[in-house]
Design a protein around this ligand. Structure first.
Ligand code: PLP
Length: 227
């Protein structure tokens, strides 16, 4: 497997999808999802210019962050238990998966101790599948308002994971719904809140997600191979 070649291929795919949607390719950031892959893969990707890495498990992220030789940025993208929030403080620059006020309050406490702020996204379960975490679209606006009062967190947008489809076109309505929800929250002009980021799209469907407005695509297997 050639990580550098895979990355180059994905970067071309991102640029092509952006052009198709009349968007500036530089408005889309690639999060390389390295879960269950060795730190040597992260180092290899970092040496080919990849800057942002996404992890789903706290211990795994913490271990890798210690071992990576190059300056990279870590995003947490998995389901997060409140009692593990403390291990992320100081390690990650963004958390994509905030879906409840109790978790937000704990993150706020941990970043308060650090004396820093943490950028977060609200994970929304647009499909309503019971197997998926995330706030419902209905809950999301109220949750954003509550979190906007926490001084050490900055709400930057929304994240979603649609159901898996063989045909990525089938995911389009879910991506569109996330964008429409972000637009609707944005119109409320909640102080301190921005809806500039839409984290959506994975290896199989990132092009469709970019056409629907993704600013962060989370790609694992197309870069690092199947898990
Ligand atoms: C694993 C994972 C990804 C990457 O999925 P791929 O299909 O391997 O690209 C993206 N987002 C989340 C939340 C994940 O858990």
């Amino acid at each position: 497997m050639d990580i550098a070649a895979n990355l180059a291929h994905i970067r071309e795919g991102i640029a092509a999808a952006a052009r198709k949607a009349n968007r500036d390719p530089s408005s889309i950031r690639l999060v390389a999802v390295s879960k269950h892959k060795p730190v040597s893969f992260v180092n290899e990707a970092a040496h080919s210019g990849q800057l942002i890495f996404g992890e789903n498990y706290v211990q795994e992220l913490a271990a890798k962050a210690l071992q990576v030789a190059v300056a990279v940025e870590w995003h947490f993208i998995g389901h997060l238990q409140s009692n593990k929030a403390k291990y992320l403080a100081g390690l990650v620059t963004m958390i994509h998966s905030v879906d409840r006020i109790s978790l937000a309050e704990e993150l706020d406490r941990q970043w308060e101790r650090l004396g820093k702020t943490c950028e977060i996204l609200i994970q929304v379960n647009v499909s309503g599948e019971s197997s998926k975490s995330g706030a419902t679209a209905k809950e999301a606006t109220a949750l954003v308002k509550q979190i906007s009062l926490l001084r050490n967190l900055k709400v930057r947008g929304l994240m979603t994971m649609p159901p898996f489809f063989d045909d990525p076109e089938d995911a389009r309505p879910y991506f569109r719904e996330l964008r429409e929800l972000a637009d609707s929250i944005s119109r409320q002009e909640i102080p301190g809140v921005s809806m500039q980021e839409l984290s959506m799209g994975m290896s199989g469907d990132y092009k469709v997600a970019i056409e629907e407005g993704a600013t962060l695509v989370r790609i694992g297997s197309a870069i690092f191979g199947e898990r």
